[in-house]
Design a protein. Structure first.
Length: 167
């Protein structure tokens, strides 16, 4: 089994999206996402796939979850369950769950690592949220703060967490 990782950017209230889109444009977070996920498998829900501006993400094994597999025609692997998506990744070292909320909700309990970009703002009109994180189950292994600047309207922090081992 590969290591299951979640990668997400969420605001101070865990908001992750609005009207099927992201709530912010943070180019350095996008670069960080690309650097971390390139060369690996990425699993996403059908709505997140449809929100990608240029379709499948290059240099990654793209796996899209849907209950209606015949509706997806792009150059991706299509699966109808989380288990099926993981079975396609049995040769992978690490598989990234890249959203959206429905996929995060199902996979947070089984994930080993959490890459969280915390965007330091509250977006009042968000409609999609990451599930509540029980931080007692996680050890923080990295924290990197970034201020707002001319290209980044909000300050943000990269956090990496590893799930604590069972006693
Ligand atoms: N901030 C971030 O880091 C981040 C990351 C990703 C996405 N987002 C945002 O999140 C929002 C989309 O999230 P969402 O929760 O609405 O949708 P989603 O999780 O992207 O997609 C949901 C769809 O995926 C399919 N699906 C999910 N679990 C499945 C399973 N176990 N088996 C089969 N199919 C399954 C279903 O597709 P069918 O309806 O086709 O059956 C379901 O309707 C957007 O606003 C997006 O921009 C934010």
């Amino acid at each position: 089994m590969p290591k299951i990782s979640i990668i997400v950017a969420a605001d101070e209230n865990n908001a992750i999206g609005k009207n099927k889109q992201m709530l912010w444009h943070l180019p350095y977070d996008l670069k960080n996402f690309k650097d971390l996920t390139s060369g690996h498998a990425v699993v996403m829900g059908r709505r997140t796939f449809e929100s990608l501006p240029a379709g499948a993400l290059p240099n990654r094994k793209n796996i899209v979850l849907t209950g209606v597999p015949e509706a997806i025609i792009d150059n991706v692997f299509v699966c109808t369950s989380i288990e099926e998506s993981l079975s396609l990744c049995d040769k992978e070292e690490e598989v990234f769950m890249i959203g959206g909320a429905l996929v995060y909700k199902q996979t947070l309990p089984m994930s080993d690592k959490l890459y969280l970009t915390r965007v330091h703002h509250v977006f009042k009109d968000a409609d999609t949220f990451f599930p509540e994180i029980d931080f007692t189950q996680w050890n923080e292994i990295k924290k990197e703060e970034h201020p707002a600047d001319e290209k980044h309207a909000y300050p943000y922090t990269f956090h990496h967490y590893l799930r604590k081992k069972m006693e």
